[in-house]
Design a protein around this ligand. Structure first.
Ligand code: 13P
Ligand code: SF4
Length: 338
């Protein structure tokens, strides 16, 4: 097993002057039409990228969109594993991402050969893998989950089956507590969510006692146990929009606040504070690699392109499709029960 890599440095992109920005926006608008391209963006992307995307979502909704689109090209503004998921689900489409270096600390913590050895040492376990993983790791898994689908998937696995959960130990321990299932956890973590400070969060809560805390399940339990709501990025967005309170403390990557402010300009969203040291900005340094310039270049040059070996893609597709099917069935059951 590999150690979680050291926190990379957050690079603040050079601000564009208004004329440069307008020219890039115009080029992106023209190229996406000419090339019949769809632009998908995650909530952790810069606000300008979110605003020009055809669809902004969490990992589950973005996977669904990637599977359903009739565009010829998918430009995926997120991190590399998200582009890979789009390619696994839509192999006939060209999938490009703005920067191939946009990785994820969770993906990097879990190499396929180490997961294969773990699996081999525990042959009676079911392997459940978070979508924040490489295509090679997905291909070794029985089920893929996202933060919004994980509970549904685990509940669909026969209760007598013990589970190996990779690579996020915090999401895994949250699921273990919620479901009471027997689960062994891979020791990976998200470098952004691990940075929130329980002490600073409590000090902030004292100043804003009526502000509910909403947290992503990639946060350590010390943060999650203080939260009024735990969910995926989309679920956190729905939570703050549905509640009557005017102030919220948000314990996830801070770019999601862009969507919150757009949908509820009368509410205040306070980013949860980080620990002293490395980085206190709740910004994913991998997501931050994507810029408008790189997005325009990806559309113009049709690269960097996600290419996946066909046999590998087919193996990774099986657990991914299981997730899409189980989560769709669970959503239909919930809708029928309402
Ligand atoms: P969501 O599925 O909640 O969007 O999470 C993706 C992610 O990478 C969180 O760090
Ligand atoms: Fe990975 Fe964390 Fe960035 Fe999400 S926020 S992409 S889990 S490093």
């Amino acid at each position: 097993m590999t150690d979680t890599p050291k926190f990379p440095i957050c690079e603040t992109p050079k601000p564009l002057d208004p004329a440069q920005k307008a020219a890039l926006m115009e080029e992106i608008a023209r190229l996406r039409k000419e090339k019949n391209a769809v632009i998908l963006a995650h909530y952790y992307q810069d606000g300008d990228i979110q605003d020009l995307a055809d669809f902004v979502g969490d990992s589950l909704d973005l996977s669904r969109r990637a599977a359903e689109t009739d565009a010829d090209m998918i430009v995926f503004c997120g991190v590399r594993f998200m582009g890979e998921v789009a390619k696994i689900l839509s192999p006939q489409k060209k999938v490009v991402i703005p920067d191939m270096a946009a990785g994820c600390s969770l993906e990097e913590s879990c190499r396929a050969e180490d997961l294969a050895a773990w699996r081999k040492a525990n042959p009676d376990h079911v392997v459940v893998t978070y979508i924040n993983s490489s295509v090679e790791v997905k291909a070794l898994s029985d089920y893929i989950v996202t933060s919004s689908s994980a509970l549904d998937i685990i509940e669909a696995i026969p209760p007598e089956k013990p589970i190996l959960f990779a690579p996020d130990r915090h999401l895994g321990s949250w699921l273990k507590r919620k479901t009471g299932r027997e689960m062994e956890l891979w020791p990976g973590s998200c470098i952004v969510h691990e940075e929130f400070s329980e002490e600073a969060l409590m000090a902030l809560k004292e100043k804003h006692p009526d502000a509910p805390i909403a947290a992503h399940p990639e946060c350590p339990f010390s943060i999650l146990e203080k939260a009024d709501f735990v969910g995926s990025t989309k679920q956190i967005l729905d939570f703050v929009l549905s509640r009557p309170e005017k102030e919220f403390i948000i314990a996830t990557e801070q770019h999601i606040i862009h969507q919150m402010k757009k949908a509820a300009p009368h509410k205040t969203f306070i980013p949860a504070p980080g620990m002293d040291g490395d980085c206190k900005c709740a910004t994913c340094p991998y997501m931050a690699l994507n810029t408008l310039e790189k997005l325009a270049a990806a559309l113009r040059n049709e690269e960097p392109e996600i290419i996946i070996d066909e046999a590998l893609r087919q193996k990774a597709l099986i657990p991914l499709q299981r997730m899409l099917e189980i989560s769709a069935q669970a959503a239909a059951r919930r809708a029928a029960a309402q």
